[in-house]
Design a protein around this ligand. Structure first.
Ligand code: EPU
Length: 426
């Protein structure tokens, strides 16, 4: 198992190119299941989760080819997905257990094939994460749902039919699943209390380019007029707002100055507002975002919320920032019930954090000290890497595979702006 070894204390200066967004890319890859034509996705990040979903699509019969690749499998940034023939409608446990987002094949498969069987993803480190909303929404479109031996089976013999879906609370994945399914359903579907995340807008854009008739993406109510067939398209994946936000935190924490090339400020306003509240100077420059420090960092308060609120995927990184701020910060995690695993590891670096229920109070210190740490999820690992960038001495972040799920060429990008960071065998 590889690890990251970081020697903290260097301010980061320069430009970091922002990759395509993992959480946009995963649903976008599933759109290929809706058509016999080819779907080409540009600006795909090279990440473990993309490889896992490619394996699953391959298993279902999708052919994946690299456009303009630079060598081995999945090193290209443009991939073409050809689901002309789907020869299996079962997403097996062995692949689904590696990545919960595998559930996103359920909606498109049942819409096109009239049936789909997907292993139940189960809980994960950040919480219980049920899929009841996905299933209820598919039922509202006429699918029959059955559970058998750890698998969920959805069937719609005569095809899905448009219907009214009203989510009791916002779910990104359930909105994506139903958006894809409704695109091929007969009649009109309305999705109320839909997720408004930029990744939803990107997905709707791609589906519309394939011939879908979706309006309202990015708003609370989305309307989908089903069409009989979708065709292929070429679509560029949006820039990763969470990757950009993570490096923005690095700029402020290390008292540096980073240009996040390609980042879209509109997609990450809550992150940028909190950085400003913490004392950072944020500017939008020619299609990029620049974040620099202005002397000291001050405490701030955040509550995680669905978009356009403060993203849960930024919570661990901001907690690392709070650890080195002047004064106290209060951070409340309102989306996932168990997303504070980084707290005990940050404490090992000298942080002063008290957790009560879903709220963490962080009292800033200027003196984090390097130590070996490990995390059980992606964003928590990033929070620890950020702390390592400012801690005195050496920090080792173990279980690097978490970071490899969501940060493309992390150590390369950080090294290029002055960080002392190495990937080492475990
Ligand atoms: N929920 C249910 N039932 C459902 C679906 C969700 O109770 O059927 C709950 C979840 O347990 C959670 C809340 O609803 O408490 C919101 O979950 P959501 O469905 O929005 O999350 P997701 O679609 O599973 C995506 C991202 C996550 C990100 C969340 C929230 C992808 C592939 N994953 O997950 O990203 O944290 O939205 O914004 O898009 C990450 O990148 O590190 C990551 C975990």
């Amino acid at each position: 198992m590889e690890k990251l070894v970081i020697s903290g204390g260097t301010p980061l200066h320069g430009t970091i190119p922002i990759s395509g967004a993992k959480n946009a890319a995963l649903p976008l890859m599933c759109t290929c299941l809706l058509t016999e034509d080819k779907v080409t996705l540009e600006n795909l990040p090279r990440l473990a989760d993309i490889t896992t979903l490619t394996d699953l699509l391959n298993h279902l019969g999708v052919t994946v080819t690299i456009e303009g690749g630079r060598g081995g499998m999945l090193t290209g940034r443009s991939l073409t997905f050809d689901a002309h023939t789907i020869n299996d409608t079962v997403a097996p446990y062995d692949i689904v257990r590696k990545m919960r987002a595998s559930i996103l094949v359920l909606g498109p498969l049942v819409a096109r094939m009239g049936e789909a069987t997907v292993s139940l993803p189960g809980g994960c480190a950040i919480g219980n994460r049920p899929i009841d909303l996905h299933l209820k929404a598919l039922e509202a479109l006429g699918a029959k749902i059955e559970m058998e031996q750890g698998y969920v089976r959805a069937t719609a013999a005569g095809g899905l039919k448009g219907g009214r879906v009203r989510f009791p609370f916002v779910s990104v994945g359930a909105t994506e699943n139903i958006l894809m399914a409704a695109a091929l359903a007969k009649g009109t579907t309305t999705i109320e209390n839909a997720a408004r995340e930029p990744e939803i807008v990107d997905l709707a854009k791609c589906l519309n380019a394939m011939g879908a008739r979706i309006t309202g993406a990015g708003h609370e109510t989305i309307t989908v007029e089903g069409v009989e067939k979708l065709h292929g398209c070429t679509h560029a994946v949006m820039p990763d707002r969470i990757e950009a936000g993570s490096y923005a935190v690095a700029a402020l924490m290390t008292r540096g100055d980073l240009l996040l090339e390609g980042a879209k400020a509109d997609d990450m306003q809550a992150t940028l507002d909190t950085l400003t509240e913490a004392g950072g100077i944020v500017s939008v420059e020619d299609g990029s975002v620049r974040v620099k420090a202005n002397g000291h960092v001050q405490g701030f308060n955040v509550v995680t919320q669905p978009f356009p609120g403060f993203a849960t995927d930024m919570q661990a990184q901001f907690m690392a920032l709070a650890c080195v701020a002047d004064g106290a910060s209060v951070i409340t995690e309102a989306i996932f019930e168990n997303r504070f695993m980084h707290v005990s590891e940050l404490t090992r670096l000298g942080a002063n954090i008290t957790v009560k229920g879903s709220t963490a109070t962080v009292r800033g210190t200027q003196k984090l000290k390097g130590a070996p740490v490990m995390a059980t999820d992606l964003r928590a690992s990033m929070g620890l890497a950020l702390a390592g960038l400012v801690a005195a001495g050496e920090t080792t972040v173990n279980r690097l595979y978490h970071l490899d799920r969501g940060y493309e060429r992390l150590e390369e990008k950080l090294k290029a702006v002055g960080a002392r960071i190495e990937r080492m065998p475990g």
